[in-house]
Design a protein around this ligand. Structure first.
Ligand SMILES: [Zn+2]
Length: 81
């Protein structure tokens, strides 16, 4: 079983959700506020990568095991304005 890929670092919380369309994992750094939105199961959130300032919509997702929702996917990538 895969785990939600979250690693605690002094500079923030590393978070590596998979892109819904491409399947590619995008590593990002979340602040405490955004990180608190990230959970297991059915959830949706908008988060900001503290490294790049890019915003993403993410949601809980299955890791591939039936009924297991331990993963996360990016459903939308906001274009930089
Ligand atoms: Zn799982």
């Amino acid at each position: 079983m895969t785990k939600l890929e979250v690693i605690e670092t002094p500079a923030g919380h590393m978070f590596c959700p998979r892109h819904e369309v491409t399947g590619v994992r995008i590593p990002m750094r979340l602040n405490d506020v955004d990180f608190a939105k990230v959970d297991r199961g059915l959830w949706r959130a908008e988060v900001t990568d503290q490294k790049t300032g890019k915003r993403y919509k993410v949601k809980g997702a299955s890791c591939g095991f039936p009924r297991c929702m331990c993963d996360a996917v990016i459903t939308h990538e906001f274009k930089a304005s």
